[in-house]
Design a protein around this ligand. Structure first.
Ligand code: SF4
Ligand code: SF4
Length: 457
């Protein structure tokens, strides 16, 4: 039996609603709303304008910044607007609206047939960058950046994150059952790029069929499929690395600091599609579930399809939803609008009924210590919430390791006082980021001033 990580919680996994539902193709809508920003990093800029005809898979927005991800059209048709539209993460975002012509015609040169064995690691990274691939578990960090560690960071292990520890979500589970070959190819391609010999596939042991199928797929290889204890947040990168390799990512560090790179199931599928078939990231598998949804499903959805279109395809609501989420109930984003589009990082759309939600109003901390016991990062969430309430983000960073919080929500799940701990933490992190940006700008201005003085002398 594997050693588990410290802390964590055991919420009802609620996967029974969709675990046995094969992936269905969601109808391609009449109009798609494709935001120029679907990733962590620099936003892209549109390279098409209103009135332009586009094809499926055509590049429609790009950026020269390294930490960014290209955006492609998910349908063939006509650009009918380029303007601000609702976005699942940012309220509103510049988006390219395309009227679908119903022909589903690929852009020139797509698809292709390519043998990745004939490509160099550098060529593969270029293809992944062109295809706009991001971490599809929700983090949306550009994949080509993660696969290009600096030369001083020696990577010796690759981990496929098949934990899918968020309750309700089954998109990775169904993908492992139904898209096994593409995932296996994606893993092998990534291992070639990283030049690593050792790989792990970590899957929570509540997904027995996936463990069985993936084990068979990697028989006789140097990729080991490991069943992990079902405990939230087993799928957090730092937990996964620790449980599978025994290595501990240092405070403030990254997986590459301990020689590991972790990617999600959907990301590996996207890598295989791009490298072997030349297909950019224009669709994803997402779980639609929750007590308010009439027919929960796992769906293959084109990027830019609205939540409303997706929920309509699931028969609409059978109950009034009390909460709509993009992603899972522990780390997902609460949404107030169904006109938002499915973007690359949307692993689930949940419409929760009253019976799904543990409601209650926030009260003062009773110092029970449950959150401290639950925190997998060894933090003091109670203290962090109090510091957040009092706007003391510097103390939180210096004395209570604010930046180590992985925002998993285990503390909130366990808190009897219903404290909005993660909300306070996110608020303090944003304050801290703004202060750091101000400092950087001040330092740059000082540097410029010095340069100017030098020239004048
Ligand atoms: S403090 Fe952060 S890392 Fe710890 S349990 Fe809460 S959300 Fe998770
Ligand atoms: S679990 Fe809630 S009430 Fe208990 S110590 Fe933590 S913040 Fe306070």
């Amino acid at each position: 039996m594997l050693k588990s990580f410290r802390g964590g919680v055991h919420p009802d996994d609620s996967k029974r609603y969709t675990a046995d539902k094969p992936i269905e193709k969601a109808p391609v809508p009449d109009k798609v709303y494709i935001p120029v920003r679907q990733h962590i990093g620099a936003p892209t800029s549109p390279i098409v304008k209103k009135g332009d005809e586009v094809k499926k898979g055509q590049l429609i927005a790009k950026s020269d910044a390294f930490v960014s991800a290209n955006v492609h059209s998910s349908v063939s048709g006509k650009v009918v607007d380029v303007a601000e539209y609702p976005h699942p993460n940012f309220g509103k975002c510049l988006s390219i609206v395309i009227q679908n012509d119903g022909n589903d015609e690929w852009a020139e040169g797509i698809p292709v047939e390519r043998n990745w064995n004939d490509l160099t690691g550098k060529e593969i990274i270029g293809i992944i960058r062109e295809a706009g691939i991001v971490g599809m578990g929700g983090a949306t960090f550009p994949a080509h950046v993660k696969l290009s560690p600096p030369p001083n960071k020696k990577i010796d292990v690759f981990i496929l994150n098949g934990a899918e520890c968020e309750p309700y979500l089954t998109s990775d589970y169904r993908s492992m059952l139904e898209y096994t070959d593409r995932i296996a190819s994606g893993i092998k391609i990534i291992m070639k790029v990283l030049n690593v010999e050792r790989g792990f596939v970590g899957i929570e042991d509540n997904k027995k069929k996936a463990i069985e199928i993936m084990t068979k797929a990697f028989e006789g290889t140097n990729v080991q499929v490991v069943g992990l204890p079902t405990k939230y947040p087993q799928g957090a990168e730092k937990m996964l690395i620790n449980v599978l390799t025994g290595r501990e990512v240092p405070s403030g560090g990254l997986p590459m600091d301990v020689g590991a790179v972790v990617q999600n199931v959907g990301t590996c599928i996207a890598v295989s599609d791009a490298v072997e078939r030349g297909i950019p990231l224009i669709q994803r598998v997402t779980t639609v579930s929750g007590g308010a949804v009439k027919e929960p499903k796992n769906l293959l959805v084109r990027v830019g399809t609205t939540f409303k279109d997706v929920i309509d395809f699931c028969g609409g609501f059978k109950d009034t939803p009390v909460k709509i989420l993009s992603g899972g109930p522990m780390m997902g984003m609460a949404e107030s609008n169904l006109d938002i589009p499915v973007i690359k990082g949307v692993s689930g759309i949940l419409a929760l009924a009253k019976s799904d939600v543990n409601t209650g109003t926030e009260s003062a901390c009773i110092r029970c210590g449950r959150c401290i016991k639950a925190c997998p990062m060894g933090l003091n969430p109670s203290m962090l919430s109090i510091l957040g309430q009092n706007n003391l983000y510097e103390e939180a960073k210096e004395d209570y390791n604010l930046l180590d919080c992985v925002e998993c929500g285990s503390c909130v799940y366990t808190c009897p006082a219903k404290r909005n701990i993660v909300q306070y933490i996110k608020y303090m992190k944003s304050k801290n980021a703004a202060a750091a940006a101000r400092e950087k700008a001040k330092a740059a201005a000082k540097e410029k001033e010095k340069e100017k003085e030098k020239v004048e002398k």
